[in-house]
Ligand binder design. Structure first.
Ligand code: ZN
Length: 400
């Protein structure tokens, strides 16, 4: 067994997403997975006798990121929908691979917003698979810290495959919500796109009853929102966050800002789909009509994020890996997308760190403070002015 020693990272830069410029010439002492102190390298003071010194010159310390929209049991890629039907044992292996990818990309926290139902051999009942992943990872300090939603709750006729709970009216919706919380879900995920694009799947009162149930049991409710009509129902019903929010307007974002509703952006999905025009033969990505549709949806989604940002809505950042086509080590792509949408690089990094922590209700997530967890990674470049620096990971403090 390796006995952990205090570790000093010397002469790094430090990117604090709540500030706007890098701190240079910084030394950081970590011990037993906590940050002991952060001091100027020129004035470190006394060091522990057994300290391990890492020359971090030329690199930048960045807080571990939060992927606020992920699906840890699914691999992503251009066949992402088909992969949901893979056998549970394979999906559990996929989750371990994703755990590696997340960590190596500097992602400390993953918020799992939906996993397939699968029979648990231990009790013969069908539970959301990510609950088992959470249990496995809880005791492993090298794995991402996760919070999981259980499975998706959707109206019938929306998502194929029988991997989730379908609820077609208010009582069924409330029962589905209660089942997920009984199974141990940390929060609930409702799918607010209905079988018809122009109609929400449930009434505002139906959704409000779920929000009241969840809040009464200390859990939050989030909602997938591809279209405006579903977004309106979710916001009126008081959900805590909207995922994607691809079609928001000025009224909905104003109400979100008033209520403190988070938006979890997933704009990089469209960049990924655009890349499939070059790398796949799938008509929906390759055909002129398909490309046209993607460009149109992407422009509307960027506009939604711009409206939300200007209205003061708190924005957290997600890849949608697994439930969409990105992979688990692609969160930097979303930070780049937020900058394209008009956020300053420092604001986009804050979305991928502290805002994600606020959404999770985890005040230590995405922050670097003395006494706090040593959850940081080191990159080359300045992510407060250049989001592409986040791709250039050199090392990750919580991994060997
Ligand atoms: Zn998703």
């Amino acid at each position: 067994m390796i006995i952990p020693r205090p570790t000093l990272y010397r002469d790094a830069a430090l990117a604090d997403p709540t500030g706007s410029s890098l701190r240079k010439g910084v030394s950081l002492l970590a011990d037993a997975d906590r940050i002991v102190w952060i001091r100027p390298s020129a004035d470190e003071g006394d060091l522990p006798p057994d300290v391990h010194v890492i020359d971090a010159g030329g690199s930048t310390i960045v807080p571990g990121m939060v992927d606020a929209h992920s699906h840890v049991t699914l691999p992503g890629g251009s066949h992402w929908i088909d992969r949901g039907a893979d056998p549970p044992d394979e999906l559990l292996e996929v989750a371990e691979h994703n755990g590696d990818l997340l960590g190596r990309a500097g992602v400390r926290w993953a918020r799992d917003v939906g996993s397939p139902l699968a029979v648990d051999p231990r009790d013969g009942r069908r539970h959301a698979l990510a609950l088992r992943v959470r249990e496995r990872w809880q005791s492993d300090p090298n794995r991402p810290r996760i919070r999981v939603a259980g499975t998706w709750i959707s109206h019938s006729g929306v998502i194929p495959g029988g991997l989730l709970i379908e609820a077609d009216d208010g009582p069924a919706l409330l029962k589905a919500a209660s089942t997920q919380l009984d199974d141990g879900a940390d929060f609930l995920k409702l799918y607010l796109d209905g079988p018809k694009k122009e109609e929400a799947p449930w009434s505002t009162d139906d959704v409000r009853a779920v929000v009241e149930l969840a809040h009464g049991r200390g859990a939050k409710v989030t909602a997938h929102s591809g279209f405006l009509v579903g977004a309106r129902v979710g916001i009126d019903a008081g959900v805590d966050s909207l995922e994607h929010g691809f079609e928001l307007d000025s009224d909905t974002v104003a109400q979100m800002a008033r209520q403190g509703t988070f938006l979890v952006s997933t704009l990089a999905i469209f960049r990924s789909w655009a890349s499939f025009a070059q790398t796949t033969t799938l008509p929906r990505f390759v055909s002129d009509e398909g490309k046209e549709r993607i460009i149109h949806r992407r422009e509307r989604a960027i506009e939604s994020v711009q409206l939300a940002h200007r209205a003061g809505v708190r924005i957290a950042t997600g890849t949608d890996f697994g439930g969409g086509s990105l992979r688990a080590n692609h969160l930097a792509w979303e930070v780049e997308s937020l900058v394209e949408a008009g956020l300053k690089p420092s604001e986009a990094l804050a979305s991928a760190t502290v805002r994600g922590g606020e959404l999770l209700g985890e005040p230590e997530a995405g922050r670097l403070v003395e006494g706090g967890p040593a959850d940081f990674f080191l990159v080359h470049g300045d992510p407060l002015t250049d989001p592409t620096a986040l791709w250039r990971v050199w090392r990750v403090a919580w991994l060997p």
